[in-house]
Design a protein around this ligand. Structure first.
Ligand SMILES: Cc1ncc(COP(=O)(O)O)c(C=O)c1O
Length: 376
């Protein structure tokens, strides 16, 4: 495609970390952050087919949307610079007198910034707002916020193909859900994708991911879920705990985690590992920087949950955000005679196995709950 040097496939590296190893898990980082310093991670994957579509449409200008800290805004500015497009970034909220580092970078790559008040920004996909932008800026190829459209989703499908080891879980951070929507479509039938919302109140993301999959593949897939716990107070908020996690990770692994998305996901992966969300015997793989954690269980779970589970400090969702289980009361565990059996609503045994393991931990911690296991 010309343009800019790209390191593809991106490297896959195993994380040597006793906190992971002691749970019998292996965790790998798919270093998409090394694809290109200016168009890192999922940004290249999401913009790749948008660039070809814009070229095919004869567009000379790319217009896109984002918050003041948006990595997508930066990447679109870089793509414009290297692939010969004018770029316009429509930024949510009031004008920033002194530009932050992201916006400074974007303007250094020739992007024109315009600011949109938050009320109008919420309507940014409406014909009225788009019409107003076309009146002001003339013709442009429109890339939605976060780059998430069908072209982006198709680009992210290719991620899993680059991973030549066996794995169970592929993890990524979620902002708009486009990466998860595509990445999960590249998985094999026994693999699952796990997204971590970088936003507070990220429950809506499941609907967005399902819609992106509907738009791209005709129907949503059932092999993914989204954890919404590790938002640290909201999008682009930094807390001492998160800062300490990033500093500790850097000391241990000499990798500085990107803090808006990746650090939250990695924190979540460690927290879930600690809670035994990924049961012993899973082999792990993680995609970082839009990487992904993949965790493989060496023994196929032979359990399914019947009854109601409810979890404190953890919840499990089916695609579409229907609660799968919460750990808070009595529950029943039943061994199932058919390994690999798929439940009617599309949840597989391994996920149920993870829920059971988690429920057992919660139950034993509380002492008051008694899992009831019955074998068939
Ligand atoms: C590192 C990283 N991970 C994840 C995301 C979120 O991707 P998506 O908007 O496709 O959910 C972003 C978005 O900017 C990102 O920069």
């Amino acid at each position: 495609m010309g343009g800019v040097p790209l390191r593809l496939p991106s490297p896959l590296v195993e994380l040597d970390d006793e906190r992971i190893a002691q749970r019998d898990i292996r965790l790998f980082l798919k270093r998409d952050d090394l694809i290109n310093p200016e168009i890192p991670g999922n940004k290249w994957r999401k913009l790749k087919y948008n660039i070809s579509a814009a070229k095919a449409a004869g567009a000379s200008t790319l217009l896109t949307f984002g918050g003041a800290y948006s990595n997508h805004i930066r990447a679109t500015a870089a793509v414009g610079y290297y692939y010969g497009f004018q770029t316009i970034g429509v930024i949510r909220g009031e004008e920033h007198r002194s530009l932050n580092e992201s916006l400074t970078y974007a303007t250094s790559r020739g992007m024109s910034l315009v600011y949109m008040d938050r009320t109008t920004y919420r309507q940014k996909t409406s014909p009225d707002v788009i019409g107003m932008l076309r009146e002001r800026f003339g013709d442009f190829y429109l890339i939605p916020e976060g780059g998430s459209n069908s072209a982006a989703v198709r680009g992210c499908v290719e991620l899993a193909d680059e991973i030549d080891i066996d794995f169970d879980f592929l993890c990524c951070a979620c902002g708009t859900g486009g990466t998860l929507a595509g990445m999960s479509a590249g998985l094999k039938p026994d693999q699952r994708a796990l997204g971590f919302s970088a936003l507070k109140g990220g429950d809506f993301l499941a609907d967005d991911v399902a819609q992106l999959q509907r738009d791209t593949f005709g129907e949503p897939l059932s092999n993914w879920s989204i954890n919404t716990e590790f938002h640290f107070g909201g999008f682009a908020r930094r807390t001492q705990e998160l800062n300490e996690f990033i500093a500790d990770f850097s000391r241990r692994h000499d990798v500085t985690l990107e803090w808006v998305y990746v650090a939250r996901m990695m924190y979540g992966i460690y927290a879930l590992t600690d809670r035994r969300f990924f049961p012993r015997g899973f082999r792990g793989h993680s995609d970082c920087h839009r990487l992904t954690a993949l965790l493989k269980r060496s023994l196929v779970s032979s359990f399914q949950v019947i009854g109601t589970l409810s979890a404190r400090g953890g919840s499990w969702f089916l695609p579409g955000q229907r609660p799968l289980a919460t750990v808070d009361g009595e529950f029943t565990v039943e061994s199932h005679p058919l390994p690999g059996h798929r439940l009617a609503h599309g949840v597989d045994h391994e996920l149920y196995g993870a829920v059971i393991d988690r429920a057992a931990v919660v139950a034993s911690e509380r002492g008051s709950l008694r899992p009831r296991a019955c074998c068939h």
